[in-house]
Design a binder for this molecule. Structure first.
Ligand SMILES: [Zn+2]
Length: 77
């Protein structure tokens, strides 16, 4: 009876590991496309601190993009 429980536990662990691996494989193709020069989101650099962030999250200003309103005000008083 003890061995049956161990075998069931091992099968559950194996099943979880395999389903996790399948999830990883499904996530891999978009990453390969990004490496091939097709980024999913365009990255821009802050004109003040040069930190890179997605264009959708950046604040557009007269001299480029900014990471925060503080840096936008700092660069463009
Ligand atoms: Zn900044």
């Amino acid at each position: 009876m003890k061995y049956l429980l161990v075998i069931i536990l091992a099968l559950v662990v194996l099943w979880l590991w395999r389903s996790n691996r399948r999830a990883d494989q499904q996530e891999t193709p978009p990453r390969r496309d990004a490496a091939a020069g097709k980024p999913a989101t365009e990255m821009v650099a802050c004109a003040v601190c040069a930190v890179h962030l997605p264009r959708s999250e950046a604040l557009p200003g007269g001299q480029g993009f900014y990471c925060s309103d503080t840096h936008r005000r700092q660069a463009e008083p």
